[in-house]
Design a protein around this ligand. Structure first.
Ligand code: ASP
Length: 306
């Protein structure tokens, strides 16, 4: 197999199908090791990975940390609060300072779209985008795609419908790009206030405003959280109203018994999804989380040459 061509992971847009397949195969090989600290692999021994999260995170931050540790890297969690950023130091100075201490990879989540692209121009370590504003969240799309790839064997022709707040969702953007690389069909469904204008032409997806129609069309529903933190007020009349029209409840299995459910987390129960559906045998949500560690192990080791 050819060497991985990239030093950074900024967005799915930069990857080819062969790149993604290489990440999937590496993640598959790491799966037996990703849930236990008993078997620590040496692939990243001597490497230092810094996690810098400027927005809340549970799954992404912890799974990057576990992934780096499972491969024997040194991991440092940079706390913006209490750092010299509070004394007026720029993000760029901060990152260059960390690099001068021997950082090999920076995993960064930041509210500003495109921040990783800017940083890449000024540092020589690997940059991994762990979510930039509403732009991209590549490792989420990789773990979602990996979950489907393992279950269905291939993504070609699979119909995946993203449900809810497409407009503010970096998960939606990265998923659409990855699914298209593999020839999957993508739908989006939600209130029109939460769907980008001309979504069909710009993103090459199918638009549904009626949930029942979307469910009947899809093999998989990827349910998204309302991104309140990025939303102007007034885009949904009320949470109750949203739930009534677009909430994924057990009714979806009456419309289509064999539809599958995904969610990137965190879930707001009673808004976009109900707990019975999240815990149903047709839910991939737990597997997505486990696969997140294997995918991040694969990404770190491929980028850092392990
Ligand atoms: N965890 C995902 C993200 O960071 C999805 C979400 O927050 O709703 O984008």
């Amino acid at each position: 197999m050819t060497a991985f061509q990239h030093r950074h992971l900024l967005g799915i847009e930069d990857l080819s199908r062969a790149d993604v397949e290489q990440i999937f195969h590496r993640a598959e090989a790491y799966l037996p090791y990703c849930r236990s600290a008993l078997y620590r692999l040496a692939d990243l021994r001597g490497k230092t990975v810094v996690l810098a999260f400027f927005e809340p995170s549970t799954r992404t931050r912890v799974s990057f940390e576990l992934a780096a540790r499972r491969l024997s890297a040194d991991v440092v969690s940079f706390q913006a609060l209490g750092s010299s950023l509070a004394k007026g130091e720029s993000l760029l100075d901060t990152v260059q300072t960390l690099e001068a201490m021997g950082m090999d990879a920076l995993v960064i989540r930041h509210p500003a779209a495109g921040i990783s692209w800017l940083l890449r121009e000024h540092v020589s370590c690997s940059i991994i985008n762990a979510g930039d504003g509403q732009h991209e969240h590549p490792t989420q799309a990789l773990l979602d795609g990996f979950t489907l790839w393992r279950h269905f064997g291939q993504l070609q022709g699979l119909r995946v419908c993203l449900i809810g707040d497409i407009l503010h969702s970096r998960v939606a953007r990265s998923n659409i790009a990855l699914l298209h690389l593999f020839g999957a069909e993508v739908g989006v469904c939600g209130p029109l206030t939460l769907i980008p204008r001309n979504v069909e032409q710009i993103f090459g997806v199918r638009l549904f405003t009626d949930l029942q129609e979307a469910v009947r069309w899809a093999d998989v529903l990827n349910v998204l959280r309302l991104q309140w933190e990025r939303m102007e007020s007034g885009l949904v009349p009320s949470v109750e109203e949203y739930h009534r029209w677009f909430g994924i409840t057990a009714r979806v299995f009456e419309w289509k018994a064999d539809v599958w459910i995904m969610h990137p987390g965190p879930v707001n129960y009673g808004v976009e999804l109900t707990p019975d559906v999240a815990l149903s045998p047709r839910s991939f949500i737990r597997q997505q989380v486990t696969h997140g560690v294997a995918i991040r192990m694969a990404v770190l080791s491929l980028l850092l040459g392990g």
